[in-house]
Design a protein around this ligand. Sequence first.
Ligand SMILES: [Zn+2]
Length: 124
Amino acid sequence: MHEFSTAQAIVKSVLERAKERNARRLLEVEVEIGGLTLLNPEQVEFWIKLGLERTIGNNARLAVRTIEPQISCKVCGYEGEIKVEGDLLLHVPFYSLCCPECSSGEIVVKKGRECCVKRIKVSC
Ligand SMILES: [Zn+2]
């Protein structure tokens, strides 16, 4: 799973940003994870929490949000969410990458592939 390395990258990035602002404490971290990344938000949150231990971000409030995938179709012009087919055994949601209206595969993914730090809050 990529959750661990993703969380490591996020921890590194928020600590760097906090340092740039000469922060003494990191209070809040908001992270957005696109549904198409197939990352488990709970696991990412767990690893971030662990990564921030013994740093200025110890006990920081974490908010990890999932962004629902959105596409636009080049063929029929459909724009919106995409069909989710969950695999109940694996607990992994996966997405059929085709238009729910016309079944075309000619689609553009608008949202859902991102994995980014949306906001941090620090105290100096
Ligand atoms: Zn379409």
